[in-house]
Design a protein around this ligand. Structure first.
Ligand code: RH4
Length: 130
């Protein structure tokens, strides 16, 4: 009902704010747009589900997420894909993996510090009811 749509609107505002703050962080520049398949032709062979911060924003606007947990599953793909596609010991791979780990830790810290657990529970109840 209307109260539920008010809750999901607030969820989208929270998720947009988190995602935009990540996209402004210079460490996460490589994660802001999809990996360029022309530049990296084997990327889709290795990575089954590409994800990036701009796609998270599109998903939010398309009402794809009813809970923070659903958002986190896609957000986690960004750093997981980077660790998987860039596993080597060369400095470039180590650099993107360091940034991937920083992204993982930063998302978790923001959610821990800023997501109200009662609000999250209401979102989970809406999800269960649908
Ligand atoms: C999330 O970004 C990536 O996984 C690409 C993969 C990539 C390899 C070559 C071109 O792009 C990346 C970008 C910047 N620095 C390292 C790797």
């Amino acid at each position: 009902e209307e109260q539920e749509e008010d809750v999901l609107r607030e969820l989208r505002l929270f998720l947009r704010n988190v995602t935009e703050r990540l996209a402004l962080d210079r460490r996460f520049k490589a994660f802001t747009k999809p990996v360029d398949i022309e530049e990296v032709p084997d990327y889709l062979i290795v990575i089954r589900k590409p994800m990036d911060l701009s796609t998270l924003l599109t998903n939010i606007d398309e009402h794809k997420y009813v809970t923070v947990s659903e958002f986190m599953s896609d957000a986690d793909l960004i750093w997981q894909n980077a660790l998987e596609y860039n596993p080597d010991s060369d400095p470039m791979d180590r650099h993107i993996r360091h940034r991937a780990c920083a992204l993982k830790d930063t998302v978790r810290a923001i959610i821990r510090d800023e997501l109200d657990e009662d609000f999250d529970r209401v979102c989970e109840e809406i999800k269960e009811s649908r």
